[in-house]
Design a protein around this ligand. Structure first.
Ligand SMILES: Nc1nc2c(ncn2[C@@H]2O[C@H](COP(=O)(O)OP(=O)(O)OP(=O)(O)O)[C@@H](O)[C@H]2O)c(=O)[nH]1
Ligand SMILES: [Mg+2]
Length: 266
């Protein structure tokens, strides 16, 4: 376990993609007044594309929004502003020479994971909970009670949908607040053991506050998404799709302006 405070700020390469064909959702996720209205999910052309849908879940205050905002916008707020409505982020990521267009959904804490489409419709309409490509489950390393929330949620997810080929990544956030005493304790060891050995899923410790290993969170996420692509039937890229990707990749390497559609090479 490394100490995040001592770490130097992670380097992240971000360039801009030529995504003119997309409807820009400028400011969609910044400032409260611009937050996604939570209205009908399929309104945006950006959603109709083959986006990789990632949902962040976890107990209140563990730092879900902070991790996402640190990655997408390089910003961090000390004050706690609970997420009140669904917020969506649309970064593009190049990982292992492949371009992925993500749709990251940040939600107000959900009391449970809907076990049926009926419950999803009545209680969590347009959250896309049951149809996500991948989930990131966040807990707070300095408040290990928050792990129980994701433990229960994970059980509910496995009851609710076929999780084979659905990547799950566990993130222990606020690593800067993890004391040596806690880190050498049995409870901490049990959590890491459970996640790594029994759940057999990716596990990253990070600090959104210090932007420490936040990129690693997304790198691990992309790795598990890539691995899952090999196990689930996904549409084989057509020649024109491949050509389009190549063009986007080229453009990602050449274009640098201040547009909001960032492309992260991780
Ligand atoms: N020390 C420390 N504080 C953090 C870190 N990440 C987030 N915080 C703080 O924790 C509080 C909650 O962060 P949020 O990102 O709003 O948490 P959240 O999980 O989105 O919370 P909800 O939207 O209510 O579910 C804020 O005051 C953040 O400044 C971290 O890595 N270290
Ligand atoms: Mg939040």
């Amino acid at each position: 376990m490394d100490n995040c405070v001592a770490w130097k700020k992670e380097e992240k390469v971000y360039l801009d993609l030529d995504l003119d064909y997309l409807e820009r959702r400028v400011g969609d996720t910044i400032g409260d007044e611009n937050v996604d209205s939570g209205s009908k999910e399929e309104d945006s052309p950006a959603d109709s594309l083959d986006r990789v849908k990632v949902i962040f879940l976890g107990a209140p205050g563990v730092g879900k929004s902070s991790i996402i905002r640190q990655f997408v916008w390089n910003e961090f707020f000390e004050d706690y502003r609970p997420t009140e409505r669904r917020e969506t982020f649309y970064p593009s990521v190049v990982h292992a020479d492949r371009l992925y267009e993500l749709k990251i959904t940040d939600l107000p804490t959900i009391p449970y994971f809907p076990v049926s489409t009926h419950l999803e419709w009545t209680d969590f309409r347009y959250y896309g909970l049951r149809s996500a490509t991948a989930y990131v489950l966040v807990f707070d390393l300095s408040n290990q009670d928050t792990f129980q929330y994701i433990r229960t949620l994970r059980e509910q997810m496995y009851e609710a949908r076929d999780m084979r080929g659905v990547p799950l990544l566990v993130v222990g956030n606020k690593q800067d607040k993890l004391s040596a005493v806690v880190a050498s304790g049995a409870r901490y060891r049990d959590i890491v053991n459970l996640v790594r050995k029994h759940w057999r899923c990716g596990y990253v410790e990070c600090s959104a506050r210090f932007n420490c290993r936040v990129v690693q969170v997304f790198r691990e996420l992309m790795k598990s998404i890539q691995a899952a692509e090999g196990t689930t039937p996904s549409p084989t890229p057509t020649a024109s799709h491949h050509h389009h990707q190549q063009q986007q990749l080229r453009s990602a390497h050449t274009s640098r302006d201040s547009s909001d559609d960032k492309c992260f090479i991780i």
